[in-house]
Structure formats: structure tokens, C-alpha cells
Ligand binder design. Structure first.
Ligand SMILES: [Fe+2]
Ligand SMILES: [Fe+2]
Ligand SMILES: [Fe+2]
Length: 498
């Protein structure tokens, strides 16, 4: 998966290793403090500098026009020392001028500009300014504003490797520079637009070209899911012989899931699909029609503590390894929908969501419904394999909705009432929609009654690097290369992109 899309900075769109590093919460939590909750990645590059190689001080051209809305993260990977690390001019992003512009005004050639000269220009603007070589080593990361003056000079005897991750707010229009003219004034290409990835939150596809992130199960041969939609024919035909009839809607891998599937089932009275079982996958089960008893041995010793009646519109969340089954109890066959998913690695965090039952039906009377699009969150929190699972019910009054946007997370949506229009088609009650991360989608109520629907947001991925000691400061990423699993990934990455 080493191919690049349109330019050399789009490694994270095709390499899962790059994407996982760029999406890792240890990094993105810090970036989000600087940029806000919506974070876009537009550049990911492996930088290799041979002994004696220098990269003259410069300002990054892509971020030059964008004040305070870009953040770069330079991560030392291999043979990073004070001899080979990045060179920066702290606070130079506030000068409001790029090095290239300064150089052009003074008529100095790119290759002859020295560090002392740059320091002099910086002092003209800020008497305390100076050139700094941060004392960095492998696994350390440096966060800086995209407008910072910087460069490098590898005075060591070894090839130095670093990864540069470049983020921006999603509304920041990133363009590919015209690499035929790197000098001031900068020029940019209209096309192609660089491929960008939503890493957190949502963004509008009007500003940038978003592409879906690489699938979590890059090499496993699973179907790579894109957005799906199904209009369910409820009641579903049941199977009188076995009492249980499942219908697969979709199954595959996405950016947030090594595996996610959705199926609906018809279950007749007195039937269970299987004895209570436990598994590493998490599940959400929504009752569409009829009634069932959930049988949940983990809820208590007595049988009546273990049996929970579920009615249409109600749903349950089963964490990983929570014992469960269900049994049809109504005269008409029960119809239910289930999402099931898994993603590596399971978290050791203690604060993860537990089993819960919710009512997805918004039972407020029509006159209580506020105009427009109103989401109401039922629960949200981390799970064993997701950074966050969130459930909400929304109401949309006729004509209301929201514009096309791109989410960093996968979304499952089930219509309860009214009609919605999405991706150019209309959907009524018992429709299931799945919007894969990175794919633009919007929604509108084209009908004349209020639409109600239930949404599950699957915010992943927790990242490949296990949670690291030290917190998000100093060498917060630990010595990334010392971590066994990550080390192999990094080595492969270095080999591929050398
Ligand atoms: Fe740079
Ligand atoms: Fe199960
Ligand atoms: Fe969305």
C-alpha cells in the first residue's frame, strides 16, 4: 500500500501505519487543543536526511496563507539527536512573513541562506528571537504552528528518519504548491486538490477533497465497506422450521473497525438463536417489531434478574465478553437489528461503557418538537475497541436537515418515523443507513411530517500504540521505536518509503 495519491504528502491516505500514527490519541489530543475539536490531516511524510544533508530554513508553503489554523508534528523515528534534529525559530509564526518572502526582499538565494542570517532577520522582528535546536531523540515529537520558520542540518554520521504530520482545521483550504517555483510569491495548483483525512469531528467537503482513511484490516482480504443503505421489509419473513432467520445487510472493514457487520433477524416465540455466549466483539441490538426477552447471565444469580423484556424502539449495548442471548416471546415473530464490531487493540482502560438498555423512540408529542434538526444524546463513552461509541435520537422537521459533510467516524442510522433524504434517495421507517468514515453525506426531511431516527456513531480507532506512560508532554509518545508492535510497523514503513 505504498502508492501515493497526487503528491508525496499523502502517505496516510494509503498506508495504515502512517494513518495510525497520525490518528493516535496521544498526538491528536494535543493537536485538538490547538485547533479545536475538528481536526483534518493533510500531510504525512517520512523525512530521511543523509549525513551532511541540510534543508535550508524555510516556511512551509502550504500553510503560509493560513494564520493559526495549521499545526505540524515532527516525530523523531530513527537516529534523531541534537546533531540531526529539526532547527526552529520559536515564535516566528507570529512574524506574519515567510522566510522565502524575507529572502526575496533581501535578494538572497535559497541555498546560500545561513542560520546566522535567519537569526538576524528574526531578531529584527523580535529582539529575543534565536535559532533553537531542540534536544530530541527517537520517539520525541515537536508540535509547531504551520507558519514557524524551520529547517534542518544533519551533522551526524547516520541517516536520520522522522515523520512529519500536518494538520489543519477542516475549513482551511490546502492547495498543492507549484513545485516549479518554490520562491516568493508562492503559487498553487488549482488541481489536483490534495487528498485530506478527517481525523476528529466533521468537516465540509466544500473546502477540501476528503478521502476515506485506509481500512483497519489492510491486508486481511475483508470487504472494504463504503456507505450502505437498506429499506427493510418489516415484518421480515420468518423460518418456521428453525424459528430464527437472519438476514445479512453488510459485513467488512472500515477505518474504525477491523470488522463491522449489520444484520436483521426474525425470531419466533420460544426460540433463541444460540445459548448465552460471550465474545470479543461488541454488539448493539435494536428491536424493530414484536417482543423478546434478553437473557443476560451476568446481571444476577436468579433467572428473573437475568431476563429483560425488550420492546420495539428499545435497544441494548453489549460490551465485549458480556454474556447474552435472547428469546422470542411475542405472538408475531420478533424482528431485531444488530451491529457487531471488533477492532484491535482491546483497551485496558477501566472507564469503558457497560451494558445498557435505552429507549430509542422519542416519545415526545408532536407539539414539543422544536423546529429544525434536533439530536438528543442517549449515551457516549469509550469501549474496549472504540475511542467513543455514541448513541443519539434526532428529530428533523419538514424541510430541515444538514448539509453535506465528512465525519472521521462511521455512522449507523435507523429511521423510526417520517422520511429522510440522503445521498440522493428517500428513506422511510425501518430503513438502515451506514455512512463510512470519510465519505460525504448530508440529510434532509423531504416530507411533511417530522422524521425521527436513531444514530450510532463509531469513533475509532484507538491507535496501534498501546497507551503510553508520561502523558502528553515531553517525550509523551514514549520511545515509540521501543514498542514491539509499533517498531515492526515503523521498520516496514521506513523500508517502503525510503
Ligand atoms: Fe518544512
Ligand atoms: Fe453475540
Ligand atoms: Fe454525519
Amino acid at each position: 500500500m505504498g502508492g501515493s495519491l497526487d503528491w508525496g504528502k499523502s502517505r496516510a491516505t494509503s498506508s495504515r501505519s502512517f494513518y495510525e500514527l497520525a490518528a493516535h490519541p496521544s498526538i491528536v489530543d494535543v493537536v485538538a487543543e490547538l485547533l479545536g475539536d475538528d481536526v483534518m490531516l493533510w500531510g504525512a511524510t517520512l523525512l530521511v536526511r543523509s549525513p551532511g544533508q541540510s534543508h535550508p530554513c524555510h516556511s512551509d508553503i502550504e500553510s503560509a496563507p493560513h494564520d493559526r489554523s495549521t499545526v505540524s508534528v515532527w516525530v523523531g523515528i530513527k537516529d534523531v539527536t541534537a546533531e540531526s534534529s529539526l532547527i526552529v525559530v520559536p515564535r516566528s509564526h507570529r512574524f506574519g512573513v515567510t522566510i522565502q518572502e524575507e529572502r526575496s526582499r533581501k535578494g538572497i538565494d535559497r541555498n546560500t541562506v545561513g542560520i546566522e542570517q535567519v537569526e538576524g532577520w528574526a531578531r529584527d522582528r523580535d529582539p529575543d528571537a534565536r535559532v533553537v535546536v531542540p534536544r530530541m531523540s527517537d520517539g520525541d515529537a515537536l508540535f509547531f504552528d504551520g507558519q514557524l520558520w524551520h529547517g534542518s542540518n544533519n551533522r551526524s554520521e547516520r541517516h536520520r528518519h522522522a515523520v512529519l504530520l500536518q494538520y489543519a482545521t477542516p475549513g482551511t483550504e490546502i492547495r498543492i504548491p507549484d513545485f516549479n517555483s518554490l520562491d516568493w510569491p508562492f503559487t498553487y495548483l488549482d488541481l489536483p486538490r490534495p487528498p485530506c483525512l478527517m481525523i476528529r469531528g466533521s468537516g465540509s467537503p466544500l473546502s477540501n477533497r476528503f478521502v476515506p482513511p485506509p481500512a483497519a484490516d489492510e491486508g486481511g482480504g475483508r470487504t472494504r465497506l463504503s456507505s450502505h443503505s437498506h429499506r427493510l421489509g418489516v415484518p421480515l419473513a420468518s423460518d418456521d422450521r428453525t424459528g430464527w432467520r437472519p438476514y445479512d445487510l453488510f459485513k467488512g472493514t472500515t477505518a474504525n473497525h477491523e470488522f463491522i457487520s449489520c444484520h436483521v433477524s426474525a425470531l419466533t416465540r420460544g426460540t433463541s438463536p444460540h445459548p448465552p455466549h460471550r465474545h470479543r466483539e461488541e454488539e448493539l441490538l435494536l428491536l424493530l417489531e414484536g417482543e423478546v426477552d434478553l437473557i443476560l447471565p451476568d446481571l444476577g444469580e436468579e433467572e428473573d434478574e437475568q431476563r429483560i423484556r425488550l420492546r420495539p424502539g428499545q435497544f441494548v449495548y453489549y460490551p465485549a465478553h458480556f454474556a447474552h442471548t435472547l428469546e422470542g416471546v411475542s405472538e408475531i415473530p420478533a424482528n431485531y437489528l444488530m451491529f457487531k464490531w471488533y477492532s484491535h487493540p482491546p483497551s485496558s482502560a477501566s472507564e469503558i461503557l457497560r451494558y445498557r438498555l435505552c429507549d430509542g423512540l422519542d416519545r415526545r408529542v408532536e407539539s414539543d418538537i422544536e423546529e429544525g434538526f434536533r439530536p438528543r444524546v442517549l449515551f457516549a463513552g469509550p469501549t474496549s475497541c472504540l475511542r467513543r461509541l455514541q448513541a443519539h435520537v434526532s428529530t428533523v422537521t419538514p424541510g430541515a436537515g444538514y448539509d453535506d459533510h465528512v465525519d472521521a467516524h462511521d455512522v449507523g442510522l435507523i429511521v423510526f418515523a417520517g422520511r429522510i433524504e440522503a445521498k440522493g434517495a428517500e428513506y422511510g421507517p425501518n430503513s438502515v443507513l451506514f455512512f463510512a468514515a470519510g465519505e460525504p453525506h448530508g440529510l434532509k426531511n423531504p416530507g411533511n411530517e417530522t422524521a425521527r431516527y436513531l444514530v450510532f456513531e463509531f469513533h475509532g480507532h484507538k491507535g496501534a500504540v498501546p497507551s503510553l506512560p508520561g502523558g502528553p508532554s515531553g517525550s509523551f509518545l514514549g520511545k515509540a521505536t521501543d514498542l514491539r508492535r509499533w517498531k515492526a510497523s515503523l521498520r516496514r514503513m521506513i523500508e517502503r518509503f525510503r
